[in-house]
Design a protein around this ligand. Structure first.
Ligand code: ZN
Length: 124
């Protein structure tokens, strides 16, 4: 039995990954807008420094939260894009570390996975 995924299976994952990529790109654009707004609010509150300004510090907290969520989204988008490149290269579904086939069940759960479970747990 061939280790390679069937072409139709790869196409199915490609579709899921492309949808995921579009969705993540939209989300990132949305975060960028929100962060820009928070930045502007912060800049305007800086002009009248008030250490007891609870509103300004909550804006800063929101801003930090948005940034970390955005970073996670960017990381995920990077993985999705990477998986799409692997599809282009014809190496999708093969572990990047040990070269073994990644079980389809794992890809169903994590279509952007490029490591098998063993290698992924070793690298963490
Ligand atoms: Zn592996």
């Amino acid at each position: 039995m061939s280790r390679k995924l069937a072409k139709s299976t790869v196409e199915r994952f490609r579709k899921r990954l492309e949808e995921e990529r579009d969705h993540l790109e939209e989300q990132i654009a949305e975060y960028e807008r929100e962060i820009e707004e928070a930045r502007m609010t912060e800049a305007s509150s800086d002009r009248s420094p008030d250490p007891g300004n609870a509103e300004a510090s909550s804006v800063k907290l929101e801003y930090a939260k948005e940034l970390s969520i955005e970073q996670n989204t960017i990381d995920l988008l990077g993985k999705v894009r990477h998986a799409l490149l692997r599809i282009e290269a014809g190496s999708y579904g093969i572990c990047e570390s040990c070269g073994k086939a990644i079980p389809v069940q794992r890809l169903e759960a994590l279509p952007y996975a490029t490591l098998c479970v063993e290698c992924a747990s070793r690298s963490n």
